[in-house]
Ligand binder design. Sequence first.
Ligand SMILES: *[C@@H]1O[C@H](CO)[C@@H](O)[C@H](O)[C@H]1NC(C)=O
Ligand SMILES: *[C@@H]1O[C@H](CO)[C@@H](O)[C@H](O)[C@H]1NC(C)=O
Ligand SMILES: [Cu+2]
Length: 570
Amino acid sequence: MENKRMNSLVKWTLILFVLASIILNIVLIGIHSSRAPKCSAQRVHPLRRKHDERSAVFADLSREEYLQVQQFMLKQNNLEISTNQISKPSDNFLFLIDLSVPNKADVLAYLDRNGAKPTREATVVVFYGAKGYIKEYVVGPLPNPTYVNDVTMERYHAELPISARTVTIGEYNLLFQFLGNVFSKLGKLMKESFDMGPDKQLNAFEQMPRGVRTGDRKTWISFFRDMSGMYIHPVGFEVLVDHQNVNASEWTVEKLLYNGQYFDSIDALKDKYDKDLVKKIVYKESPDYGSLKPRNKPLQVGPQLFNAEGKRYSVSNNHVVYMDWSFAFGLSALMGMRVFDVRFNDERIVYELSVQEAMSVYGSVTPGMILTKFLDSSIGIGRFAHELVRGVDCPYEASYVDTYRYIDVPKPVRFRNSICIFEHNMGQPLRRHFSDFFHHSYGGMVNSALVFRTITAIGNYDYMWDFIFYQSGSVEAKVHATGYISSSYLVDGALRHGHQVAEKVLGNIHTHFINFKVDLDVLGVKNFFQTKDMEYVNVSLPSVPDHYAMVPQLVEKQLKTEKVWLPLCL
Ligand SMILES: *[C@@H]1O[C@H](CO)[C@@H](O)[C@H](O)[C@H]1NC(C)=O
Ligand SMILES: *[C@@H]1O[C@H](CO)[C@@H](O)[C@H](O)[C@H]1NC(C)=O
Ligand SMILES: [Cu+2]
């Protein structure tokens, strides 16, 4: 009897236990599956920093502000300015409107000492083709401008001749017409060498600088097949165009290069070609090796970024907060992306970090690239910050910001999603240590950092610019180049200046120089920049008589500067 009761008690206890365990499992699975992120979630924890609307002093001009400045400039009767995008070089053309970045002292007074808000102003550049010079103005105060000040002398300490301007859409339009005339004069050669006809054109790619003396405006233009990746399809034809005169009817062809041979005029080339006195190029179809199409279909989607507990950063207007970081940002149409008032733990460590210049220097035997030095800011770097593709240029889940620009256009243009911001696992721990000796212990930290990115496609190159904010309090400025190499037609002696990349194509030897500006403000504005080099010294060993060792030691150099321009060679 007693035994039977015991048995049923055990039975019931077991049943209860199993039931409780099943219920507990269901509850736990429920809790965990609801916590397992399906896609980037809502923010779970509050942000550590607040947005600061005073960062608006660094903000690029809005569409409305560009229009206010444009209208104000057009109202200046004595200036006779045009906003027509295909205005002629002989017109007065409103080329650029951009933020005039306020004075640092004024901004610091405003941010740190409750000073007055700096006046919002725009920089305006006008190409006075009719008058023969370039002027730079400051227009303000926005939003209702009342003054336009000529700052050319103040900023450049010289008058700027019109020949120093960059080539505008309007001038390119005329240059292409001019080249069209060159082609039509060489009809037979163009057909036989390049299979050119009414429906088949060549593409032009120009070289810089445009001459060797101040005031020169002579450009070597190289021609490429009209194919995807034209930059690696040179045809072996280059012309030197003198386009210094603002009257396009006065432009001339100074020299031509055809299949490695020089000619002084179109007629000279035509004449010698017709008389079979030149080494001819016979047209041959070229394989489509420069295509952007993927060669293989990807089999599966790769790993994706997702924010398990929502984004740990926030973007409001031109201000970003991320963990202990905060900064303001902008994009100069000429120089490129920049951040200001970079703070870590609410303390400013960088006043400005900005892209300044991207230069590429080439070697070649052919004139197109024999002296080529592209100084990209002379064309504009930031103006080429185009839309970023989700999931390729930046992670799908990144935050995307639109920018507005006014450069060589009739009205402000919006560039959708041209800046992206995301937090990203950097693929290695920020720090870790496994202690094998004495204390068995491990300590490690995940390295996820915030990336601020634009990509500027300047002709053949695409520069990917990143400012990266690490949780250790360090900032990295990084650039990566992709796109196409620049190339030239393979002629005798060319291989000294590069590598052959296709049948008649030389990838020219070159170097990139990238400049960033870093204005570090650690514990105030008076900072030193110190470099430490290493050198070897001959040291006698303390315990071994007559024995010496070369021991590295530090050599310090202190530069008394508050701003530093850091060149970077790739
Ligand atoms: C431009 O040059 C052509 C050819 O020399 C000349 O006939 C014409 O008058 C010029 N135009 C202007 C506006 O000076
Ligand atoms: C270091 O100094 C000793 C003593 O002057 C000399 O004999 C030796 O050659 C030196 N070593 C080197 C690598 O210069
Ligand atoms: Cu390169």
